[in-house]
Design a protein. Structure first.
Length: 222
């Protein structure tokens, strides 16, 4: 979703600008030569290297497929790619890109996550307790979203926290575990216990929600 979401070039609040400005409603469609498979009821219903990827402002990133290979599935023509059709994500049980099972939406080929050790300071306080105060941090630069600081658990007063049952999934970082103060169940932090290969450096590290606790983070200006 990087081109059309957040601060991406086709997003609502792009970080940069086009010169000259591009027209409203621009749609970017490109060949996507990775092997895409869809499985329904234990049967492979799509298996192709001929998918295209559609970047459209205000819409999730999506695949389109040659109409002739889509049979017995709901499909909607893509006006900007004659001969290609959309297949609703929830129509099938599982999607795969090469050997990776996908969740929620296709991963974007332009999206990247860079994890860099840094000495940027992070201080986190909750009421009268200091949860973090260190300059031994990891900064994560992720396409289309603001940079974030993560911190190793040895720099966190984890005895004041407990893991909750909340979970979420990111196609670029994996499944997130959430943390709350022991006295309540409000999620204030998250971590990736088994992150995807591109984000291994933040395995087990925590990041904090500035809307839930006081976070003083030395970050680049937007």
């Amino acid at each position: 979703m990087s081109l059309v979401a957040g601060r991406g070039p086709l997003g609502k609040e792009p970080a940069g600008r086009f010169t000259p400005p591009i027209p409203a409603g621009v749609v970017y469609i490109e060949p996507h030569p990775r092997r895409i498979k869809a499985v329904k009821g234990g049967r492979t219903v799509i298996d192709t290297e001929r998918a295209h990827m559609v970047h459209r402002a205000g819409r999730p990133l999506s695949y389109v497929f040659p109409a002739e290979i889509v049979t017995d599935l709901p499909a909607e023509p893509e006006p900007q790619a004659p001969g290609y059709v959309h297949v609703p994500w929830d129509t099938v049980d599982d999607w795969f890109e090469e050997g990776r099972k996908l969740v929620h939406y296709p991963p974007n080929p332009y999206h990247r996550v860079d994890c860099r050790p840094t000495t940027r300071r992070l201080r986190v306080t909750l009421e009268d307790s200091t949860l973090v105060d260190t300059d031994d941090t990891m900064i994560v630069f992720e396409t289309s979203v603001p940079p974030r600081l993560y911190v190793a658990p040895q720099h966190v007063r984890t005895e004041l926290l407990h893991r909750t049952e909340t979970s979420s999934y990111c196609n670029y970082k994996g499944y997130a575990t959430y943390w709350a103060p022991k006295s309540q169940n409000t999620d204030i932090a998250w971590s990736y216990e088994d992150p995807l290969p591109e984000t291994r450096p933040i395995k087990g590290f925590l990041s904090f929600d500035a809307a839930k606790v006081q976070v003083e983070a030395e970050l680049p200006e937007a």
